[in-house]
Ligand binder design. Structure first.
Ligand code: MG
Length: 265
């Protein structure tokens, strides 16, 4: 799940929570469940399946593992997110609500899942092809996943947060696509969204310094056209303003012994 880039309360800003080795072990467990949910969903995505069928399978699996769906009930009490997964189809960027929509051959669906277990969160997302997709849409998925890999590779001890951001942005824009500006990656741990904010654009050598024990959800949201987005009347679903497709890949990553460890692999 993506954070609003101005999500952190003012009194929290700048407070990055560092995790102990024991706390990282607890996060590894939540993140293992997240990774397994995405593999389970991957095996079920095909033309003819509905997004609520994917959602039900994900929730059942998470609860069988002693976890809780982290997104269900998230948000303002007047409009809490109603489901386990975010399922965002085609021009939907993130935070799509599962329902009766039947996935069609040639579509793409971004699936985002969060799990809470033992007081610790994990968060990850992937965009899946439904059947056979257009080569240009295939390239959008490959570039977005590649930008996540480059962002993760920049998460080294002594680097700065915006070194991650710049690595993502550079890879995406060199391919002729654009990064969403309104939504960001984030710290993750005891809360689903912690400091620091991890934008998908930025200037190298700026932002908080990366130190061992930091845990970040790095999550490029990449549009096939322009970066501008709108939010639908449901209050959740983010869509591209130009109607072009969008992709989303996310991992929860810890900085361990100076190097990135992908917890949701
Ligand atoms: Mg997230």
């Amino acid at each position: 799940r993506a954070a609003s880039c101005a999500d952190a309360a003012p009194d929290r800003r700048g407070m990055v929570r560092i995790k102990s080795p024991r706390e990282l072990d607890r996060m590894r467990e939540s993140c293992r469940i997240v990774a397994e949910v995405l593999r389970l969903v991957e095996g079920r995505v095909r033309p003819g399946v509905t997004t609520e069928e994917l959602d039900a399978a994900a929730e059942e699996f998470i609860r069988s593992q002693g976890g809780v769906p982290a997104f269900k009930g998230y948000g303002h009490p007047s409009n809490p997110f109603p489901a386990t997964l975010c399922t965002s189809v085609n021009e939907e960027v993130v935070h799509g609500i599962p329902g009766r929509r039947v996935l069609q051959d040639g579509e793409i669906v971004s699936v985002d899942v969060g799990v809470l277990k033992g007081g610790w969160y994990g968060d990850a997302a992937r965009t899946f092809a439904v059947g056979k997709i257009d080569p240009e849409v295939r390239r959008l998925l490959q570039v977005t996943e590649g930008s996540l890999e480059r962002g993760i590779a920049a998460m080294c001890r002594g680097n700065r947060v915006h070194d991650i951001s710049a690595a993502v942005q550079q890879h995406v824009e060199a391919a002729g696509f654009s990064v969403v500006r309104d939504l960001c990656g984030h710290g993750v741990g005891k809360d689903l969204h912690e400091e620091p904010s991890v934008p998908n654009f930025g200037k190298r050598g700026t932002g908080a310094t990366l130190v061992d024990g930091m845990t970040l959800a790095i999550e490029p949201m990449v549009n096939g056209g322009g970066w501008q987005v709108n939010v639908l009347e449901d209050g959740w679903t983010v869509v591209t303003r130009d109607g072009k497709p969008s992709a989303h890949f996310e991992h929860t990553v810890a900085l361990v012994n100076g190097q990135p460890e992908i917890l949701t692999q």
